[in-house]
Design a protein around this ligand. Structure first.
Ligand code: IPE
Ligand code: IPE
Ligand code: MG
Length: 244
């Protein structure tokens, strides 16, 4: 079982279009799918699930779609946080949330505080997130923590400042909706992640589709730069040195 699954939830708009519905109908259905996938991952013993909900580039969409997406985020938080908490899920948001409305920021803060001590699945939502932003904010925070003195930094020193730095790196990346790109999602963290792309649109992504992605992951041989023969002898040694 992958310890950490990261998903680009794509295809809501096309799902709606095929049904002659407004794009927002796809986003609404998408929220329902999130609920099911969270539950499914928790039941399967996945430790961390990271979902790309809104990229730093999604501000380029028409203003009414952006505003509807924000409203959906607000109502999903209002409706789901209690349930997440009851199920022992630890909820977090990564991304630059300073651009969100104060009411949404407050909901995010409350949800994070409420669930901070939970021991179950860590559910991270990437909102106004960009992989390049993540690396730069980590570099800048590392520099100011060390008073700006000019040292040569190491990956290990940068790690605690990166989003998700306290979690195992993603084992399985899933992108729905048929596009085969990363779209500025986790750039640093996906260095050795197994990538899985499916044409299934996010609103159609169900337990069976998730099982298929996990089964594909389980077929892969993760070598982390070593040879197949080395991995066969010491499978764990490979991943322990993945970070260098
Ligand atoms: C993903 O679905 C959701 C967000 C990016 C917020 P899209 O809205 O990108 O759906 P498509 O790609 O247009 O079908
Ligand atoms: C990526 O999807 C972002 C999210 C799913 C939140 P997009 O639909 O925005 O990606 P591009 O623009 O097709 O690369
Ligand atoms: Mg899309």
């Amino acid at each position: 079982m992958p310890r950490h699954v990261a998903i680009i939830m794509d295809g809501n708009g096309r799902w709606a279009k095929r049904r002659f519905l407004p794009r927002v109908a796809g986003h609404r259905k998408g929220v329902e799918v999130v609920r099911n996938v969270v539950q499914e991952c928790a039941e399967r013993g996945v430790e961390a699930l990271t979902l790309f909900a809104f990229s730093s580039e999604n501000w380029r969409r028409p203003a009414d779609e952006v505003s509807l997406l924000m409203q959906l985020f607000v109502s999903a938080l209002q409706q789901e946080v209690e349930r997440l908490h009851r199920n022992g899920i630890r909820f977090r948001v990564i991304g630059d949330i300073s651009r969100f409305e104060p009411a949404l920021v407050a909901l995010i803060d409350n949800a994070q505080q409420l669930t901070a001590g939970n021991q179950g699945l860590t559910l991270t939502v990437a909102a106004n997130y960009g992989g390049r932003w993540d690396i730069m904010q980590a570099v800048n925070r590392l520099r100011s923590a060390h008073g700006g003195d000019r040292e040569q930094w190491t990956e290990t020193q940068l790690l605690p400042y990166l989003s998700l730095g306290d979690l195992p790196e993603p084992d399985l990346f899933i992108r729905t909706g048929g596009e085969m790109r990363i779209s500025n999602f986790l750039l640093w963290q996906l260095a050795y992640t197994e990538l899985y792309f499916t044409d299934t649109l996010w609103p159609d992504f169900d337990a069976k589709a998730l099982a298929k992605a996990i089964a594909s992951y389980q077929q892969r041989e993760r070598r982390f730069g070593r040879t197949s023969e080395q991995v066969a002898v010491a499978p764990d040694a490979a991943s322990r040195t993945a970070r260098g």
